[in-house]
Each structure stands twice: as C-alpha cells, then as structure tokens.
Ligand binder design. Structure first.
Ligand code: HEC
Ligand code: HEC
Length: 288
C-alpha cells in the first residue's frame, strides 16, 4: 500500500547520504585550492557573492538612517576612512597597501561599493565585517555614530577626483586615534561586571581565542597563554593579582600595566567589553 512512500524515503535518504559522503571525500582529499593567488572557481565565487548580498539584505531591512548630509559628519568620516580603510580599499589616486593587494577576495574599490549598496547596508557591512574575506568588523573599534560618519563620507567619495582627495588630505591632516581609550582607572575602581553573552562575543574580537583554550568558544584551543577553564575558581590572575572582579578588569584592559614583561599584549579592550568579558570568564568554573 504505502510501498511507494517507503521507496521514496529510502531513495531520498540514500541520495542525501551519498551527497554528504562525496562532499566529505572532496573536502578530505584536499583537491580544493585554498591559495589566495587563485580566484575561487566561478560557481564558488557566485555562491559566495550571492550569499553576501542576500545575508546583508535580510539583516538591514528595518535600519533607520540618520541625516548623512551634514558636512561635519562627512569630514569626520573622511578622517576615519583615512586611518582605517584606505590601506585596504584605496581611494581616488591612492593604491591599497601591498598586503591588501594579496587579499582574496580583493577589497573592492569603495567608489563602486558606495553606488551598489544602500547606506543601511554599508553601515551593516562596516559594523559587522564579512567572515572569511579579510573585511574586519569595526563595531568594537568605532562607535555607531562614527560608522555613520564613514557611510556619509562614502556617499561623497564617488564625487571626489584624485586632486580633490589629495586636497582633503592636506586640509584635514590630523587623524583620530585607532582605538578610543577611556581612562583605565575608572574600570578598576568600580568593579561592575557586564553581560556574559556579550562578553563571549567580544572575545572573538580581541584575538583571545588565538592564544587561550576557552571552554564553549569554537576554535579556542591554543596554548600560547594558560587555558581559561576554571578561571573563576583560580586564586590569582597571571600568578600575581588576587582574582577579584576589579583586578580582572585591570588585567583585561592593560596586562602590561600589571606585568610589563607579560606575553599577553594590551589589546585595547574597551571598558564595557572588559566588563562583559569578565562576566563571561566568571562563568568558567571548575567542575565541583
Ligand atoms: C584588512 C583589509 C580591510 C580593511 C582595513 C577594510 N576592509 Fe572593507 N573589505 C575588505 C575585503 C577583503 C572585503 C571583501 C571583498 C569585497 O567585497 O570588497 C571588504 C568589503 C567591504 C565592503 C563591501 C564591498 C562590496 O562592494 O562588496 C565595504 C562597504 C567595505 N569593505 C568598507 C570598508 C570600510 C568603510 C573600511 C574602513 C572602516 C574597511 N572596509 C576596511 C578588506 C578591508
Ligand atoms: C598573544 C596571546 C594572547 C592574547 C591575544 C590574549 N592573551 Fe591572555 N594571556 C596570554 C599569556 C601569555 C598569559 C599569561 C600571562 C602572564 O602570566 O604574565 C595570559 C593570561 C591571561 C589570563 C590570566 C590567566 C591565569 O591563569 O591567571 C586571563 C584571564 C587572560 N589571559 C584572558 C585573556 C582574554 C580575555 C583575552 C582577550 C581579550 C586574552 N587573554 C588575549 C596570552 C594572550
């Protein structure tokens, strides 16, 4: 009676299983070339391009765009662009840095991007970055307002000739600092912890996972620094500071202030991100 359903079911399962097996074999064989000297094959390129477009569209439909016409905003955006973007994307009359020429996918000329993407989409891309492309997420390095400043400048960018760009560079020579730093003492004095979920996300943005084994964080399996499992129960931080929330914030924001010879670098962790990361670290308890 229901034999045809059984047959259909078995056929579907069998073809899904063989597709998965073939995919697995393809990956495991190492045939796919990951080198950055060759472009992806055309099907992979189009697959990635379409995923990018669809992914950004889906996430930006409700975004409210502020007034981007303001001259102050455009100039502020230009300064940020000069310190954070031109190295990879270039500008009218300016080539990207040598390292950026070797990136695959190649960083787009933003003169073209400014016309292809809406303001909301551009804001999203700058804020969140693009996985597996070399486009950084700037959310942890720039405020939302600053990112809108950059978007405002990008709207003007296609109208600038190389001569205009050179003139702007002369007129607005000073560049803002790379990572806005609040005074560090305030964090140490007031040991309020933040949100553990946000902290787990922020960890990805300060390279913590490239040096520490961290339970629950994908890819965090390195041993350059001590494993962070059970850090909540440890008596000392880095063997020198009593393990209190205030000291944890101090350590995260400026390890070299605690121990100038520490191999853990100062990563420019903001006060809020340090509070969030500390909250997450204090969820890492030794099993009883
Ligand atoms: C380390 C190099 C690097 C830096 C720095 C960088 N980008 Fe990118 N960016 C990339 C790469 C690589 C891509 C992905 C390839 C592509 O689509 O352009 C990309 C993509 C983009 C895109 C989408 C382009 C498109 O048309 O698909 C925008 C918009 C963008 N970046 C803006 C910026 C802005 C604004 C800054 C500065 C705040 C910046 N980028 C800094 C490397 C960089
Ligand atoms: C370049 C590698 C590196 C990076 C990146 C790094 N750390 Fe470390 N970390 C270390 C080393 C090395 C130590 C041991 C330092 C010492 O004892 O002086 C350490 C120590 C620590 C400690 C104290 C551990 C203990 O057992 O007492 C904590 C907590 C910590 N790191 C958290 C973090 C967090 C959170 C981040 C990201 C914001 C981070 N680390 C980024 C290398 C790194």
């Amino acid at each position: 009676m229901k034999t045809w359903k059984r047959v259909a079911g078995i056929t579907l399962t069998a073809s899904a299983a063989s597709a998965a097996l073939l995919g697995g074999l393809f990956v495991y064989s190492g045939v796919y070339d990951v080198s950055a000297t060759d472009q992806h094959t055309a099907p992979v390129y189009h697959l990635l391009e379409t995923s990018l477009r669809r992914s950004v569209k889906l996430r930006t439909s409700g975004t409210e765009v502020p007034n981007l016409e303001d001259t102050g905003r455009v100039v502020a955006g230009f300064k940020l662009f000069r310190s954070h973007c031109v190295q990879c994307h270039g500008a009218p009359g300016i080539a990207p840095q040598p390292f950026a020429l070797g990136l695959t996918p190649a960083p787009a000329s933003l003169v073209a991007s400014a016309q292809e993407w809406t303001a909301a989409e551009t804001h999203w891309i700058i804020r969140r970055g693009i996985k597996m492309s070399g486009m950084p997420a700037w959310q942890y390095r720039m405020s939302d307002e600053e990112i809108w400043d950059v978007v405002a400048f990008m709207k003007v960018l296609p109208t600038l000739s190389p001569a205009d760009y050179a003139r702007w560079s002369r007129e607005h020579a000073e560049t803002p600092s790379a990572t806005p730093q609040a005074p560090i003492t305030s964090a140490a004095q007031e040991a309020r912890l933040g949100d553990a979920g946000a902290g787990k996300k922020a960890l990805q943005q300060y390279l913590c996972a490239t040096c520490h084994a961290i339970p629950g964080v994908v890819g965090a399996d390195k041993h350059v620094g001590p494993p962070l499992a059970g850090i909540a129960n440890r008596q000392y931080i880095a063997g020198v500071l009593p393990n209190t929330p205030a000291n944890m914030l101090r350590w995260l924001r400026k390890p070299t202030g605690v121990d100038p010879l520490s191999a853990m670098p100062d990563l420019g962790v903001s006060e809020q991100d340090a509070r969030d990361i500390a909250a997450f670290l204090y969820t890492l308890r030794e099993p009883q």
